[in-house]
Design a protein around this ligand. Sequence first.
Ligand SMILES: *[C@@H]1O[C@H](CO)[C@@H](O)[C@H](O)[C@H]1NC(C)=O
Length: 217
Amino acid sequence: MAAWLLFYQILSLSIFLCPSHSADPDPLQDFCIADLKDSPSVNGFPCKPASTVTSEDFFFDGLSREGNTTNAFGTSIKQGNVLAFPGLNTLGISMNRVDFAPGGINPPHSHPRATESGVVIKGKVLVGLVTTGNVFYSKVLTRGQMFVVPRGLVHFQQNVGEGKALIFTAFNSHFPGSVLLATNLFGSKPSIPDDVLAKAFQVENSIIDGIKSKFGA
Ligand SMILES: *[C@@H]1O[C@H](CO)[C@@H](O)[C@H](O)[C@H]1NC(C)=O
């Protein structure tokens, strides 16, 4: 009996002392400009020597220009993550720029390592997300309006306005990762067996082959 009591006391103490972190771990120094030429260590990249750090390391203009939306999805995604902007290394944040042609979509996807927030800069955008309980939430947003997507949940955006649309998104990870559902399932290398996908989606193998062919598998 006493042993169980002790067990529960230790358990509740450990839960209290070790809250789960929902974002990247806190850095223990002011900055750590990533040295991308070195291989990633367990959590992030090694730091450039502080003596070689310049102002340029803290600025990034990769999100300043409109992207090319001439593609199957009618969307361009420019990523401002640690790979593009090494100054973000260990800081637990990053941003994307998403340009949409009329009707363009940022297809259903999830970020395994980050919660996302976003703001519409131009146009009219349908933002949707689905919970782990398969409940769909959505809203059409216009300029200045903001959204949030809890970490890991499947979500998408679609330009439902007449003209172009533009959003900026922000993440609580320097490298949120993106699981693009369609590509993940139908364009993986090597391919997931047709039988598995046919059963999962309750369709014939030929339909699976048809979808796979569109994702280069
Ligand atoms: C946009 O991408 C398309 C398809 O790859 C290409 O044909 C076109 O030249 C690009 N436009 C610009 C302005 O770069």
